[in-house]
Design a protein around this ligand. Structure first.
Ligand SMILES: *Cc1c(COP(=O)(O)O)cnc(C)c1O
Ligand SMILES: [Zn+2]
Length: 445
């Protein structure tokens, strides 16, 4: 059963931009990030009534495995649900998506459930899910005739924007914060040739700056306030559910920072339900870091309101104190009967170590999914027999310092519970043999 409480389907054939608060509509060709009437966030609203007649599961299944662009992309395979009317010549695709959905029985056992799948968005072209929103965002920039695009970022959006603007032969501009930028991400932005500016401010202030400067200079803004990015990110949900042969899991668990992904998941699931592609809604669990938990606090307060905070966590991708998509994330939680949980940096790094040593690997923020799931099972919110999909948002190589420092026991305030020692030896057969024998006997005891 689709438990959705409102249905504002538009009658027109083509998609429009629509304010989520006052339902004011604007044409897709307008460069706009917030409602001109009330300041609300905008949705790309498709003609769901029309779509219902033309698409079904088999329509998308027939495209699986195709070599034909753009349908070889895990985003554009679902073009009709994402950007139906786009002129194909504008599409900028690497192609992205088509990421693996791993069955992880050992991690399932650790978390306390029977069935756990991990959707690895770190397997995208630049190593994070941001590519799924960037392909649609940069495509829209081209459709609008823009030649420059900018974002403020904790790192992955910048890496992705830099790659996609370079690929499209556009100019990319990225704002980084002054400290705690993961080396993998910074090096990507520089290598791909974007104009990279490190600013003496945190992410939240940088987002204000990029908006002000981009508006005055006519640069296209590709932060997740841009609704076209969220359309691309919907494909994470659609692809996951198609990989499960359209069987809906009980839970989707994902980290929450600026809450673009959570918002996109909610919209995707709402639309899949409205279109009859799924029969019921899964429940969404959004996991925040304790030091960057404005959504969690608001949730604990029955959504009394968002209180911006100064954020601190080792999971730099979610080190965000004033999430721009807050209202859409709350909507996603209402649509899916969702929950919010928080986890400590200690819990994040231990969960990461376990994901890493499965041979899968992820960056710190991604490990919120597993750490949060374990907590929700402990509390009885997630039941052991329920099927869970955890989203891994970014690749292990994004933040090598966090990994090495964990295993070296040099992370302040964190005690590595699952360390893998780096052994050191002289070039001596006896010494090396002794190390190997002691490791072998320990792992067999
Ligand atoms: C961007 C990002 C997040 C946070 O996603 P939001 O949409 O901002 O909530 C989490 N993990 C990684 C690796 C990211 O790059
Ligand atoms: Zn409005």
């Amino acid at each position: 059963m689709c438990l959705v409480n409102f249905s504002k389907t538009v009658e027109k054939m083509n998609s429009v931009l629509q304010c989520m608060d006052c339902a004011q509509q604007y044409p897709m060709t307008q460069v706009l990030y917030n409602c001109e009437k009330c300041g609300g966030l905008l949705d790309v609203q498709h003609d769901l009534t029309g779509l219902r007649k033309t698409i079904d599961r088999a329509f998308f299944d027939r495209r699986l495995g195709t070599l034909q662009a753009p349908y070889n992309s895990g985003v554009w395979r679902y073009k009709e649900l994402i950007y139906p009317d786009v002129d194909p010549q504008h599409i900028v695709s690497r192609p992205e998506g088509n990421t693996n959905l791993y069955r992880a029985p050992r991690l399932a056992k650790w978390a306390g459930v029977e069935n756990l799948y991990l959707k690895h968005e770190g397997e995208n072209p630049t190593g994070s899910f941001k590519d799924r929103g960037m392909t649609t965002g940069v495509t829209q920039a081209r459709a609008l005739g823009m030649t420059r695009a900018a974002c403020a970022s904790t790192g992955n959006t910048s890496a992705s924007l830099a790659a996609y603007t370079a690929w499209a032969d556009m100019e990319g501009v990225v704002f980084f914060q002054n400290k705690q930028v993961a080396m993998g991400k910074l090096s990507q932005a520089i290598a791909y040739g974007a104009t990279a500016i490190q600013i003496n401010a945190d992410f939240d202030r940088n987002l204000e700056l990029v908006r002000e400067i981009s508006l005055s200079l006519g640069i296209y803004i590709l932060n997740s306030v841009n609704p076209f990015r969220l359309e691309g990110q919907k494909s994470i949900m659609i692809e996951t559910i198609q990989q499960l042969d359209w069987q809906v899991p009980d839970w989707i668990v994902c980290p929450g920072g600026n809450l673009g992904n959570s918002s996109a998941f909610g919209k995707a699931l709402y639309e899949l339900c409205e279109l009859g592609l799924i029969e019921r809604m899964p429940r969404l669990a959004i996991i925040q870091a304790e030091g960057a938990n404005p959504l969690y606090r608001s949730y604990a307060n029955r959504f009394a309101g968002l209180e911006a905070m100064s954020a601190e966590t080792i999971a730099t991708a979610i080190k965000i104190g004033n999430p721009v998509n807050y209202a859409k994330a709350v909507r996603a939680l209402r649509w899916t009967d969702g929950v919010v949980e928080q986890v400590s940096d200690q819990e994040i790094m231990d969960a990461k170590a376990l994901i890493d040593r499965q041979g899968i690997g992820c960056e710190p923020a991604s490990a919120c999914s597993l750490a949060g799931l374990r907590k929700l099972v402990d509390q009885g919110v997630v039941k052991p027999h329920e099927t869970v999909v955890g989203i891994l948002t970014g690749h292990l190589l994004k933040d090598p310092d966090a990994t090495i420092n964990y295993h070296n026991h040099t992370l302040p305030g964190i005690e590595a519970r699952y360390p893998n020692w780096l052994h050191r030896a002289e070039a001596s057969v006896a010494e090396i043999t002794q190390i190997l024998q002691s490791v072998h006997s320990r792992s067999n005891s």
